[in-house]
Design a protein around this ligand. Structure first.
Ligand SMILES: Cc1cc2nc3c(=O)[nH]c(=O)nc-3n(C[C@H](O)[C@H](O)[C@H](O)COP(=O)(O)OP(=O)(O)OC[C@H]3O[C@@H](n4cnc5c(N)ncnc54)[C@H](O)[C@@H]3O)c2cc1C
Length: 500
């Protein structure tokens, strides 16, 4: 391993999503004095709001916090560590010291209103049983409450989570409600959390270049290597400027595989489908679906294309978000080296048309995703249709999936001066307060034998290993957006932004 940078060496971070932000914060906390974060998104103006043109995975209204990770205790431990961080950020906000612009002492980034995992089977799936066992083994007894167990229902009520154990009121309707309520979980207010982390890093001296031209990474900048090694000595941005640095950390989420082709077969950008409803303030659902009455939830998360749903309570503007992950769609584009890689395309991408979709702008989501969401709502929340509430907007949101769902935090093999911090695979937002501390450890070569650090190393699918995610099936594959029917386009409703 090459030497870590000195504390006064320049360090470039590309990407101000959760990986880049957390890395910047923890580098600054450890005394690195010349850290610069580049992003093509003008976050100072757009404030990480999807409705204001932000299309990163981290730029969102809310994200799930859950400790339940089945047998993967590495992530259980990381979540527990991160929850401590979230709680302390809530305390910082409440104290009113050093508030980010536009935020007040009433703001909270973490809401511990429980996270409910539901199945449509009669018994809990093995993943949930493993979660219960592993949380108990780690000392978190009675934090994972089985919805059908009367003792657990009482505990939920005692913890103020009585509504969260049956938020869809299945019991009253005489219907099955089998699941587990993770009382350590809930959700985070994603856009505000990013703003808070950025502010903390900025106050510690980190420089941010957030601009569609000056902040847009174009390429790595190479210098003379030593021996067989290639050496990167900086980055080139879209304005033609070269930014020299001893270390260049690429953390561009779903855009990373198309920027760093060495990630082929390790990571791929895949699309999640999101539908957002708007609950009117005058509706009785506004109170019922409020965070103090309604948890974040997942439904049939590991059950293939007809499952894979998750959702949240409504937010302060009444936005009620449901996501579909049952099929992980791709957008393969042939790149200059002749290989196809999935490249994020969103409502806000420049020249957003997909030739395979007859030039249609991608404001729609796949029809399959919409159908699963609508069937779920009919069965689990019929009050939505009864109240005449329709979908307010749809969003395609880009993950960077690794083949094994583990993060990827390592130096680029055979190349000095570059690291990647990516591979969030649908679950990394919750680590925002703490993942940067691990990234800096890895940069400095600290305690590299820890299981998490090893899991995140550069790797290849071993012979005989079954991937969690099958990657790079290309433009002829069944998951390519060009090969799936889309729902009708959902433009932002007229006045949608103003109404918020
Ligand atoms: C729909 C959806 C739901 C999710 N739900 C959850 C959840 O409930 N809980 C959870 O913990 N996690 C969740 N995740 C996962 C989590 O959001 C991601 O793992 C995490 O946000 C990824 O952060 P990132 O920094 O890797 O990427 P991103 O947030 O995508 O950020 C990448 C940044 O790189 C910038 N960038 C890209 N290209 C360039 C370039 N050329 N030059 C400069 N900048 C560039 C982008 O503008 C962007 O700001 C979800 C993800 C999605 C998509």
């Amino acid at each position: 391993m090459s030497n870590p940078p000195n504390k006064n060496d320049p360090i470039n971070i590309v990407g101000a999503g959760i990986f880049g932000l957390s890395t910047a914060l923890h580098l600054a906390r450890r005394g690195y004095t010349k850290v610069t974060v580049f992003d093509k998104q003008p976050y100072a103006q757009t404030q990480y709001s999807y409705l204001n043109g932000c299309d990163a995975a981290s730029a969102d209204i809310n994200k799930i916090i859950r400790s339940g990770y089945g047998a993967q205790t590495v992530y259980q431990d990381l979540t527990v560590e991160s929850i401590t961080g979230w709680e302390s950020w809530n305390e910082d906000l409440a104290s009113g010291q050093d508030l980010p612009p536009g935020m007040t002492t009433r703001d909270r980034v973490f809401v511990n209103n429980g996270h409910l995992v539901l199945t449509d089977q009669d018994t809990l799936p093995p993943f949930e049983l493993a979660t219960i066992a592993n949380m108990e083994a780690a000392g978190y007894r009675d934090t994972q409450l089985t919805t059908t167990d009367p003792r657990h229902q009482e505990i939920a009520t005692a913890k103020g989570l009585g509504d969260a154990i049956d938020p869809f009121r299945r019991k009253t309707a005489g219907k099955s409600n089998v699941g587990v309520l993770d009382t350590t979980g809930g959700f985070v207010v994603a856009d505000k959390a990013c703003r808070l982390c950025l502010h903390k890093a900025y106050r510690l001296g980190v420089t941010f270049v957030l601009d569609p031209v000056a902040g847009a990474f174009e390429s790595l900048y190479y210098g003379p290597g030593s021996g067989s090694s290639i050496k990167v000595i900086g980055i080139k941005t879209k304005d033609g400027q070269i930014h020299h640095a001893a270390m260049n950390i690429i953390a561009c989420g779903g855009w990373t595989p198309s920027l760093i082709p060495q990630l082929d077969d390790l990571c791929e950008a895949t699309a999640g489908s999101v539908a957002i409803l708007k609950i009117p303030r005058e509706s009785p659902l506004f109170d019922r679906l409020a965070p103090n009455n309604f948890p974040s939830w997942q439904w049939k998360m590991r059950d293939g294309a007809q499952g894979g749903l998750y959702g949240f309570p409504r937010d302060e503007n009444g936005l009620f978000k449901i996501g579909y992950r049952g099929t992980k769609y791709t957008n393969p584009v042939r790149q200059r080296d002749g290989r196809e890689r999935s490249v994020p395309i969103t409502r806000w991408s420049s020249g957003n048309t997909n030739d395979n979709n007859d030039g249609k702008r991608i404001t729609a989501i796949p029809r399959q995703a919409l159908q699963v969401i609508q069937s779920f709502l009919e069965e689990y929340l019929p009050e939505i249709a009864a109240e005449g509430i329709d979908i307010f907007l749809t969003r395609i949101c880009w993950y960077n999936d690794s083949f094994d769902n583990h993060l990827v935090i390592d130096r680029l093999p055979g190349t000095e001066g570059v690291m990647v911090a990516t591979g969030g695979s649908g679950h990394a937002f919750k680590y925002l307060p703490s993942i940067g501390n691990w990234i800096v450890d890895i940069l400095e070569g600290v305690d590299m034998e820890r299981p998490a650090v090893k899991a995140w190393q550069w790797r290849r699918l071993e012979k005989g290993q079954t991937p969690v995610n099958v990657l790079m099936t290309g433009s002829t594959g069944s998951r390519a957006l060009g090969n799936v029917p889309l729902s009708s386009n959902t433009p932002l409703q007229p006045g949608g932004r103003a109404n918020l």
